[in-house]
Ligand binder design. Structure first.
Ligand code: PEP
Length: 263
């Protein structure tokens, strides 16, 4: 049974999630999955997950079922069913054994017009359908330079609190992903990331201290094998959401091991 199977909650442990974005093919996925499974054998003390393009979920389910690595999608509809051509619901993802889904990735916010309210609806739909949402928040470079990082992150979180209530945060993972660090090779320093992670935890703590201590907050933005350990060593960084480096099995497995080492 995989770690989040029907438990309905995420404990504050360590987690590394690969976001394959718009990459892959049946053939390249097979090699990547085989290498990840082999590389992760015997790695304990963290949860490893991959979020893959919709058409490949079935392939990933076949490759990973019965093991410790969990899988999910990169987006989900805010609707359960209906005349929404091209959309995929949370229950469809559950049908294919998904236990997690990314919501509010900055690429969806910036390129597909997903605003805070829509992200909150998707968060709720994911949970209703039995998935653990991985809620992405983070500021653009312009927002950081204006000194409004905290305001942006607070606004993004508050939209979800308004819709899901604080209870909603009992069954989710948060990913802090500064937009300026995603796919740019420019990683936030461990101190920059820790500062925002601690802020997020403090914000949640104002409403529910126990919950804030248990929630996993992942860092995302150009994490690589070479910088993972120093990021994961920070007290409020519980793992990572990994884009580019998740397509290379050696890199991805090394990042997972870095999360496990400090668990
Ligand atoms: C991401 O896609 O969420 C991400 C963090 O990408 P990258 O690791 O490539 O910066």
């Amino acid at each position: 049974m995989h770690p989040f199977a029907n438990t309905g909650k995420a404990m504050r442990e360590r987690m590394v999630v690969g976001n394959w974005k718009l990459h892959g093919s049946l053939i390249s996925n097979k090699t990547l999955l085989d290498e990840i499974v082999t590389g992760m054998a015997g790695v304990k003390g963290m949860h490893c997950a991959v979020c893959v393009p919709f058409p490949y979920i079935f392939q990933v389910q076949f490759a990973l079922q019965g093991g410790e690595i969990v899988w999910g999608a990169q987006n989900v509809s805010q609707y359960e069913k209906g005349a929404y051509s091209g959309e995929v619901s949370a229950s469809m993802l559950r049908d294919l054994g998904c236990s997690i889904v990314i919501v509010g990735h900055s690429e969806r916010r910036a390129l597909y017009g997903e605003d805070d309210a829509m992200v909150a609806e998707k968060f709720v739909a994911a949970q209703k359908g039995g998935l653990i949402p991985i809620l992405c928040v983070g500021e653009t470079l312009e927002e950081r330079e204006k000194g409004i990082t905290a305001n942006v992150v607070e606004r993004q979180l508050q939209a979800v609190v308004d819709k899901a209530g604080m209870e909603g945060f009992g069954r989710c993972v948060i990913a802090y992903e500064p937009v300026w660090a995603i796919g740019t090779g420019k990683t936030a320093t461990p101190q920059q990331a820790q500062e925002v992670h601690a802020y997020i935890r403090a914000l949640l703590s104002e409403q529910n201290k126990g919950l804030s201590e248990n929630i996993m907050i992942l860092y995302g933005g150009s994490v690589k094998a070479s910088n993972a350990a120093e990021l994961f060593a920070m007290p409020d960084i519980d793992g990572g959401l990994i884009g580019g480096a998740s397509l290379d099995a050696n890199e991805f497995v090394s990042i997972c091991k870095a999360a496990a080492k400090v668990a």
